[in-house]
Write a protein that binds this ligand. Structure first.
Ligand code: AMP
Ligand code: GLY
Length: 423
């Protein structure tokens, strides 16, 4: 079977790594991929912002299965277009992907279906913001409605700041089209949890839960990023909580989407805040998380191709995934300056030594390969991931491996999974 993975980050490297372990996969392609992925798949140039480009790639390769990594092609309708041509593709349609691509759609959907989420107001104008603000207490979360690549959420500490940020977004100056509608939201406190399930449009099968670390700095300081590291353990969510989340969140979402005529197939990523009032939905993503996928797939012991085909064919079941009890940790290594401006093209040293350590896999997120060496090419550069029976050992292995790696300006958080270790 020929498999095509769309995307170029750490998540896609982990998908390629796992998919090619399937005895059914004879050839794997990645469009466009990156330097590290090129060691394990044939990388094909592609522009993920262009459906024409992706259609041309698939036309040329004729894959038996396509797995879509990032949200952008899903928003453009890559699954709709591929399905029309009879190409088997894993992911939601454009209409179903609205759960991620429009925060106002997601909030109204959650409310219609009585799924727990923060109080909110949808604002289309400065006038809407003025009349909504009296109903909130600071801090207030201001969110751009559309996709903003992790830059669309601002936690405002005063009402004045919330008003300023919301109006800046609405003007289109801050985030363009993505911000011409905003959602004001009640600020929630608690631990964040990434709870992912695979759905066939009707049934759901859970993946093991993970925790991301969104802020750039240790102790959750500094600006939000795409994610600076993640971990998963057998105890991060107990069976009772997993069943609660399936019953009160994942299944009602899938049933609600079906009832509304936008069947949800693919990965549904539920971003949750575990508050004193119980778990609440912060956001949905219509795809695998990055970096959560890296440690999650290190714990997967069954065939990912089988689970994906079950979703496409409408026969998802609990037994689709077999998990190791081990813990897995991913430390994201980023370019200096990220999530702001950074310089690319720095030579990366020590990758071979890092990979030699027990249970370690270095996933590439933003690298290129030239004359046998790797160079940085993105904000997030690597996802140094380790698996071990206990979390403490996995953390140690991931950091020992990270310490072997070096490039000019390299930065990473030193406290991935630290809170879990303290408990
Ligand atoms: P989102 O893209 O909606 O997940 O928001 C990005 C990040 O902002 C989340 O992962 C949280 O860390 C934070 N965030 C979003 N909504 C809230 C909220 N209502 N209360 C507190 N933090 C939030
Ligand atoms: N790690 C957060 C995301 O994938 O959106």
């Amino acid at each position: 079977m020929k498999v095509l993975v769309i995307g170029s980050g750490g998540r896609e490297h982990a998908l390629v790594w796992k998919l090619r372990q399937s005895p059914r996969v004879t050839k794997i392609y990645c469009a466009p991929g990156n330097g590290g992925i090129a060691e394990e798949a044939e990388c094909v140039p592609a522009d993920i912002k262009s459906l024409d480009s992706l259609l041309a790639v698939a036309n040329q390769i004729q894959p038996d299965l396509t797995v879509v990594g990032p949200e952008l092609p899903l928003m453009l309708g890559v699954v709709d277009e591929f399905n029309k041509r009879g190409w088997r593709t894993f992911g939601p349609t454009r209409a179903a992907a609205q759960l991620e691509t429009s925060k106002s759609f997601a909030k109204e959907f959650l409310q219609r279906h009585h799924i727990p989420t923060a109080h909110y107001a949808i604002c289309n104008s400065a006038e809407d913001v003025r009349s909504a603000l009296p109903h909130f207490h600071a801090p207030i979360v201001v969110k751009a409605d559309g996709l903003a690549g992790g830059k669309g959420v601002v936690i405002a500490h005063t009402k004045d700041e919330a008003s300023m940020v919301a109006n800046e977004m609405l003007s289109g100056k801050m985030l363009g089209e993505a911000g011409v509608r905003v959602v004001l939201e009640e600020f929630l406190e608690g631990d964040e949890l990434s709870f992912l399930v695979v759905s066939d449009g009707e049934r759901v099968a859970p993946l093991v839960a993970a925790q991301d670390h969104k802020r750039v700095g240790d102790g959750d300081t500094g600006p939000n990023t795409g994610g600076m590291g993640a971990y998963t353990t057998r105890t991060i969510v107990d069976d009772q909580m997993r069943d609660w989340l399936l019953h009160h969140v994942a299944r009602p979402v899938v049933a609600g989407m079906k009832a509304e005529g936008a069947e949800y197939k693919g990965v549904l990523y539920c971003g949750l805040m575990m508050t004193a009032r119980g778990p609440m939905v912060l956001e949905f993503n219509c795809r695998f998380g990055d970096p959560e996928t890296q440690p999650i797939l290190m714990r997967l012991e069954s065939d990912l191709v089988e689970a994906i085909e079950a979703s496409i064919d409408g026969r998802t079941s609990d037994g689709d995934f077999k998990w190791s009890d081990a813990a897995a940790v991913c430390v994201v290594v980023a370019s200096g300056g990220y999530p702001g401006t950074f310089e690319a093209g720095k030579k990366i040293m020590g990758l071979e030594d890092a990979a030699k350590l027990d249970g370690v896999k270095v996933f590439h997120a933003g690298t290129t390969r030239r004359d046998g060496s790797f160079y940085t090419s993105g904000g997030r550069v690597l996802g140094v991931t380790a698996r071990a029976p206990e979390l403490e050992t996995a953390v140690k292995q991931a950091y020992d491996a990270t310490a072997k790696i070096g490039f000019e300006g390299m930065q990473y958080r030193k406290d991935i999974a630290a809170r879990a270790l303290k408990r």
